[in-house]
Ligand binder design. Structure first.
Ligand code: FAD
Length: 418
């Protein structure tokens, strides 16, 4: 049985390891931390387990869903068909698929959105047609939207809320190709592709088992040991772990140290800030909502309306803000959307600033493929050229792409990518 070593137990490493183990390889996984899941994981906070930040997916994330099926946890994700938008003051609009076939399935609810005027909607419809028909330009999404003469309100209340959270980057930094992809694959594709999946359990519960994979926790890959032009082993916390093939599935800022010559000149991170708020009584019955015109962009109802997780994507503006001030701002803003918040007690609050949440998806970034300088070492991670932005789906795609390359190298080609 061919032996494979995977370094890194985030979604990319887990996807590669699980797929290879299920196709008959003997797989070991070295993970630096004492848990799996990487950036999409949970940790104990006081008396409960909380996610480092809310993670959501769309039904079009078919590879991530395939991995959940392999891990036996596909039923732990709850899908929602409706997107709720709330304006300051509390007025709510709902976007959902209607009876028309794709790509017209949102037409009815889009026409009824109350936070946009007629001119905004006409401009959005025009741009959506161009996205459907055209090729993405090599500019930022913001520049493209200006060229499409979008109204200020269409940008701040529609394009921004959808895309900044999907790509984790500001419209004026985000490559237009990613913006096009979100709408093509999520919102213009077959009805159902847009449905939003929210894990119904802490993220760490999704990776409780990786069938057939031997996991070494607290084990850090520090270098590749070469023999006759191939990798013979990877040094893992001082112990050389030998294998026939290797997958390095570590974040890009770590990959450069393991693979000489792999360079990330000009690459930057884009941060995400999560604010966890616990109230003494329920403040909403909605499962989630996009919040318009303020710093906080989304809330997710984590437990009966008493525990909400608020998300700020591309959160550079609050990185230097003290946590206590972020909590004050978050509660004040939330009260504008959910007036009931004014009369309740915040019993607990917690802020997570993920400074290195994702790479910044600017135009012209050249993402490496899965090959490395060694014929039997392959790269995976949301930063590799997976065809998707830095997301859980992108990470799993990269893991499957690397696993397919390993299989080819081992002379037993297999197909994992959906
Ligand atoms: C706050 C936040 C919110 C997000 N929200 C969403 C969302 O809603 N939807 C979505 O799709 N995506 C979201 N993302 C992005 C998503 O989490 C990532 O794209 C994805 O999890 C990346 O997976 P990965 O396996 O490529 O990398 P990672 O998750 O970073 O995994 C790499 C693993 O390698 C380990 N490691 C590092 N160095 C070594 C070493 N030398 N040896 C061994 N192990 C090592 C790390 O400990 C880690 O476990 C979010 C990210 C963040 C931070």
């Amino acid at each position: 049985m061919p032996r494979v070593l995977v370094a890194g137990g985030g979604l990319a490493g887990l996807a590669a390891a699980t797929a290879l183990a299920q196709s008959g390889c003997d797989v070991e996984l070295a993970e630096a931390r004492p848990f799996l899941g990487g950036r999409a994981s949970s940790y104990p906070h006081q008396d409960e387990t909380i996610d480092n930040c809310q993670h959501v997916l769309l039904r079009c994330c078919v590879n991530l869903l395939d991995l959940y099926a392999r891990l036996g946890v596909a039923d732990k994700v709850r899908f929602y068909r409706e997107f709720f938008f709330i304006e300051p003051g509390g007025r709510m609009s709902v976007m959902k698929a209607g009876v028309l076939p794709a790509p017209l399935h949102f037409t009815g609810s889009f026409a009824r959105l109350r936070f946009l005027g007629l001119a905004d909607k006409a401009a959005i419809a025009r741009a959506m047609l161009a996205i459907r028909r055209g090729t993405a330009p090599r500019t930022t999404m913001g520049e493209w939207l200006r060229g499409m003469r979008q109204t200020a309100r269409a940008v701040s209340r529609f394009w921004g809320p959808v895309l900044v959270s999907a790509i984790n980057e500001d419209l004026d930094r985000m490559a237009a190709e990613h913006g096009f992809q979100v709408f093509r694959e999520g919102f213009l594709a077959g009805s159902g592709a847009h449905e939003m999946g929210v894990p119904a359990v802490p993220l760490s519960d999704l990776y409780a088992r990786a069938p057939g994979v031997r996991i070494h926790y607290r084990t850090t890959a520090t270098g590749v040991i070469e023999d006759s032009g191939r990798a013979a082993a990877v040094d893992c916390s001082g112990i050389p772990l030998a294998a026939d093939a290797f997958v390095l599935a570590v974040p890009f800022e770590r990959a450069g140290a393991l693979v000489p010559g792999l360079r990330f000149d000009g690459w930057e991170h884009s941060p995400i800030t999560g604010v966890h708020l616990w109230f003494d009584r329920p403040v909403t019955s909605l499962p989630h909502a996009a919040l318009l015109d303020r710093t906080i962009q989304w809330f997710f109802n984590k437990s009966e309306g008493r525990y909400l997780q608020l998300v700020i994507s591309a959160s550079r503006s609050v990185l230097d803000t003290p946590r206590a001030e972020i909590i004050r701002m978050a509660v004040d803003e939330l009260a504008e959307f959910l007036p009931v918040v004014r009369g309740v007690q915040v019993v607990k609050a917690h802020v997570v600033k993920e400074v290195r949440a994702t790479f910044s998806a600017v135009p012209g970034l050249v993402r490496p493929g899965c090959e490395s300088r060694w014929p039997n070492v392959f790269l995976a991670g949301d930063w590799t050229n997976s065809g998707w932005p830095a997301t859980m789906e992108g990470a799993v795609r990269s893991g499957y792409i690397a696993a397919e390359a390993v299989s080819r190298y081992l002379g037993r080609p297999a197909r994992f990518l959906k």
